[in-house]
Design a protein around this ligand. Sequence first.
Ligand code: ATP
Ligand code: MG
Ligand code: MG
Length: 551
Amino acid sequence: ETTSAPNFIRNQIREEIEAGRSQKIVTRFPPEPNGFLHIGHAKSICLNFGLAEQFGGDCHLRFDDTNPAKEEQEYIDAIKEDVHWLGFQWSGDVRHASDYFDQLYAWAQHLIREGKAYVDDLSAEEIREYRGTLTAPGKPSPYRERSVEDNLDLLERMRTGEFAEGEKVLRAKIDMSSPNINLRDPILYRIRHAQHHQTGDKWKIYPSYDFTHGQSDAIEGITHSVCTLEFEDHRPLYEWFLDNLPVPAKPRQIEFARLNLNYTLTSKRKLKMLVDNGIVDGWDDPRMPTISGLRRRGYTPGAIRKFCEMIGVTRADGGLVDIAMLTHAIRSDLEDNAPRAMCVLKPLKVVLTNVSEEHEEVYEVPGHPARDDFPVRRIPFTRELWIDQDDFMEDAPKKFFRLAPGKEVRLRNSYVIRCDDVIKNAAGEVEELRCSVDFDTLGKNPEGRKVKGVIHWVSAKHGVPMEVRLYDNLFLVEQPDKDKDADFLDHLNPESLAAVQAIGEPSLATANGEDRFQFERVGYFCADRHASRPGHLVFNRTVGLKDSWAK
Ligand code: ATP
Ligand code: MG
Ligand code: MG
């Protein structure tokens, strides 16, 4: 069936272990709590936690929380829930880069004492200017040769809040003419007079990503620090810190290609704009590519994990992954695991003229065609039914095998009926069909003729009303943020959500939030985990039935 693609990091670690070069591996997943996790993060989660699982190692969950202005406790809580929901458990307590602020500060002082860091008074703009470009070397800041004493004193005063934001930074003293711009005296600390969700107002300075990440890895004994390719150019700096500080371990950074999915944004910043502008109903709107949005849409953890296995892990930028691969993963999961039900999305009344008002029979139907561990469904059949408007055509072409005037069709699990009369309202719209039942067709073919079509239906007397939300891609183009300057909001699909009032078979009446079904002939649906409850059903369409993924 579906195969897994190569994972070069897994192969590499397997070789290391077989050759005795690695014993216990420790990985980490290091999100910044500045938004909800998306499907791209799922790739990183499955990779990091998967490696630990596979090789009997540990995987830490560490919040990379060095930018208090953009971070919130709400995001921390959501991220923890998403990781758990995907089926992973981090080793030990949740960790935060901010847990190491004291140690990082001591290490900054260490670099100063070694003559490898200095306080710079240049403005952000001047620093950029002095840094040079790929073709022009940088030039040293006039503050680069400050004494150790001055630097230690200024850093301490930065820490205690004596200076305004932007007035000073701490920089490493490395090489202003390095071909790698990351080594041209990178910034270690910035002044930020902000309230931090973990450390409160203790700090007035915050370490940069580069000064934080590798050292946090070292403190935690991370062996393989897996990150996306944007950080490849940062690796020499990552290693410079480890080589120039008395760190307890030497983790290794390994880069892989990030996931990009067509019709989908994988950037927290841009997803936040959709939320902030009210374009979607929060971070877990079922149209969002967030883990919580996919969950609410009806995705299972297994399908997301399988998708991540299918896309593999490489160093080569794989371009855009087809979203059909993601929908394939959930569709094949639900095909095997979702109970069946009949539900009519666009109801059209059918009156069976040769069935009496009192008549009632009940069919017992398997919950799933290939499994016997689902409860049997009880499907009542009565005089009045609902069928789908799309299953009737007044002027039907020859190949239309559903219902048409004078034509026959089989009701799924029940009889063959014939359409005798079409009742219209004053506006000329079809309002009701009068049909008759051939009672000699239950479980057998009609005499002397072939009836090809089978349609789904629901007893009008027993059907349960429900709201069904039909979701589609949020964007009309494959790469909504391709053009850096163009507004991705210009490419929104105005029909990404259509809500209809549907009628389902009685077995749906007791559905709880997150229960998933195949609505036969229609698609896969999931009871909304927030809005749905027995007595007030709301279903979200997860995916249609048709698989368009070509292997
Ligand atoms: P975003 O730009 O969406 O905020 P990020 O990389 O800044 O993404 P982090 O919270 O720093 O978000 O990400 C945590 C981890 O997830 C990092 O190791 C990062 O490399 C990884 N990651 C983020 N996006 C993707 C993606 N599209 N594919 C694979 N891994 C990703
Ligand atoms: Mg990041
Ligand atoms: Mg980011």
